[in-house]
Design a protein around this ligand. Structure first.
Ligand SMILES: Cc1cc2nc3c(=O)[nH]c(=O)nc-3n(C[C@H](O)[C@H](O)[C@H](O)COP(=O)(O)O)c2cc1C
Length: 199
């Protein structure tokens, strides 16, 4: 049974525009692939804590030497990694906040990027250990950035998932959501059509 991981990063949980797009994707996908098992990780309702020195030290400590608190920190990170590893397809609802990714998603990144676990360094660069899989990113933005040098988000997110070994990435953009109600609806409609076309 294929597993789809839906990752929501909007502060508004299911009511965020990026979440509405990710939910549409999942709905449409499951209508076509009826045997899909959906796993949802909503970073608004179930946030990952900020990475602290204490948590990072737990990652670095050999398993046999970890304190009970360190074991718990590593288990929490391992659970997020397993969820990603086990997924056959990943759908990310990605809002833009203050020109970048939501801090909740950054906290998730910080718990999922683990040297020796999800990637490793070599003399010729890093190698991802997660395994490639399709990743669909549904990006919601108040303004217009796509294809300009002001779009720091697309490069950041792509680089991050490439680090883990995920290269099969497709973006759908819903931009100009805060320009006017008309531009919002027009942009969302284009995004919805793009999602339907992808599936
Ligand atoms: C705290 C905050 C910061 C934002 N910063 C930006 C920004 O830098 N650029 C932009 O185009 N839109 C910005 N927006 C607008 C959001 O990108 C837009 O509302 C989008 O729908 C957010 O996705 P969501 O509805 O899934 O949460 C911001 C919105 C919020 C709430």
């Amino acid at each position: 049974m294929p597993v789809l991981l839906e990752l929501r990063a909007s502060i508004n949980s299911t009511r965020g525009e990026s979440s509405k797009l990710s939910q549409r994707f999942v709905e449409r996908w499951c209508a076509k692939h009826t045997d899909t098992r959906v796993v949802v990780r909503d970073l608004a309702t179930d946030p990952v804590p900020h990475l602290t020195a204490e948590r990072f030290q737990a990652f670095l400590t050999p398993a046999a030497d970890r304190t009970p608190a360190q074991v718990a920190h590593v288990q929490a990170s391992d659970a997020l990694i397993d969820e990603l590893k086990l997924a056959d397809i990943v759908v990310l609802g990605l809002p833009m906040y203050n020109f970048g990714i939501p801090s909740t998603l950054k906290a998730w990144f910080d718990h999922v990027a683990r040297a020796g676990v999800t990637f490793r360094y070599t003399e010729s660069g890093s190698i991802g250990l997660i395994g490639d899989k399709p990743l669909y990113i549904l990006a919601a933005r108040g303004g217009l950035y796509q294809g300009t040098e002001r779009d720091f988000q697309t490069g950041h997110v792509t680089l991050f998932f490439n680090l883990l070994g995920i290269r099969n990435i497709q973006f759908v953009y819903a931009e100009g959501l805060n320009i006017s109600p008309e531009s919002k609806e027009a942009s969302l409609e284009v995004a919805r059509e793009a999602i339907d076309a992808l599936i």
